[in-house]
Design a protein. Structure first.
Length: 345
């Protein structure tokens, strides 16, 4: 397979287009803007969402607690896999930033999958699921790993049969869903739990909400440079990404340089079949990015510094000065939030 990329002469056009897209994403999300913040002194601070292209993660989300608790149990239960060895949490470990920290995940029979598992944290804020965006919702996403041969290798009749044989599951499902254990209800509960995996109160969010001391001067400079270089055109909104598709290799041929192009490298093309969608991927959200190495769909970047340098080269056509790279990385580290009131580590 031959990779391709846009010519450097198109850089200005692409950046202008991307900025328009970013503005549209900003305006769409701004319709759900936070209320103004009232500080302890009584001073009213305008909503951070009205001032910056990145907005704080909400402090709370309306959820059905019963479904969340059931979904949490299902998420961690290897019964959902064909041989009872792999759970959703095997690839999305909440103690590892919602990932498995592997370039490629391992499923049943120690089968290695073809792609890097993205974090499950804040996945409820994504406009599509999977790197290629083939699932429109978290409910739809559950089908992927549950049924994939190299992941959980199950069938829905098999999963339903095993859960019905577990008395605790039968009783709990009946309390929540009138029709009991059915594939749609299993997916609904898991999706509700995944929506509960949001991580508010990062130091950067506190800064956006008016605490100027929440981040350092270097982190503030990093944010300015993140915007100034144009990273913000694709990484904005509440999840600092996750709301549009972009080609990987705008200003250089990433795949030709890396070599060994595989089917998963074709990205969105595998969903649409459209030639223009080759090497196009959902832009990942950058929340908690310091915890989710290795990076990219192929897990090729081992460090955050390497990932930022690669993005600068292939998306912006720039080689960042060491100080700028350092400060942008420091800013990204300030995006690490809290889960259940405790800082992620």
């Amino acid at each position: 397979m031959k990779a391709h990329h846009q010519k450097p002469g198109l850089r200005a056009i692409w950046i202008a287009f991307a900025m328009v897209v970013a503005d549209l994403m900003f305006l769409r999300e701004a319709s759900a803007a936070d209320s103004p913040v009232i500080t302890n002194s009584g001073m009213i601070v305008a909503s951070a969402k009205s001032r910056e292209p990145i907005r704080p993660i909400p402090q709370s989300i309306p959820l059905d607690v019963r479904k969340v608790l059931l979904g949490e149990k299902l998420f961690h239960d290897p019964l959902l896999s064909k041989d009872n060895t792999v759970s959703c949490a095997s690839c999305h470990d909440l103690g590892k930033g919602g990932t498995d920290q592997r370039s490629r995940s391992v499923g049943i029979n120690n089968a290695e999958g073809p792609i890097n598992a993205p974090t499950v944290f804040n996945s409820g804020f994504h406009f599509k699921q999977f790197w290629d965006g083939r699932a429109d919702s978290l409910e739809h996403q559950v089908d992927g790993p549950a049924l994939a041969d190299k992941e959980m290798g199950s069938t829905w009749p098999g999963i339903v049969s095993k859960l019905k044989a577990a008395p605790a599951y039968a009783a709990t499902f009946k309390e929540i869903y009138p029709d009991g254990i059915e594939p749609k209800n299993i997916k609904d509960a898991i999706a509700e739990f995944e929506r509960s995996l949001f991580t508010p109160n990062s130091r950067f969010d506190k800064y956006l909400r008016g605490d100027n001391s929440a981040i350092t001067d270097d982190e503030k400079e990093g944010y300015k440079k993140f915007k100034g270089y144009g990273c913000i055109t694709c990484h904005q909104g509440v999840n600092v990404g996750g709301n549009l598709f972009q080609p990987f290799g705008v200003m250089g041929d990433y795949f030709a340089d890396r070599g060994n192009v595989t089917k998963v490298d074709l990205g969105r093309f595998n969903v649409t079949g459209n030639e223009e969608d080759k090497f196009v991927f959902k832009v990942p959200g950058l929340r908690n990015i310091a915890l989710t190495a290795p990076y990219f769909h192929d897990g090729s970047a081992r460090t955050l510094e390497e990932a930022v340098a690669t993005m600068a080269k292939y998306q912006l056509g720039r080689e960042l000065p060491p100080k700028d790279l350092e400060q942008i990385v420091l800013f990204l580290k300030s995006l690490t939030g809290e889960y259940n009131g405790k800082p992620l580590q």
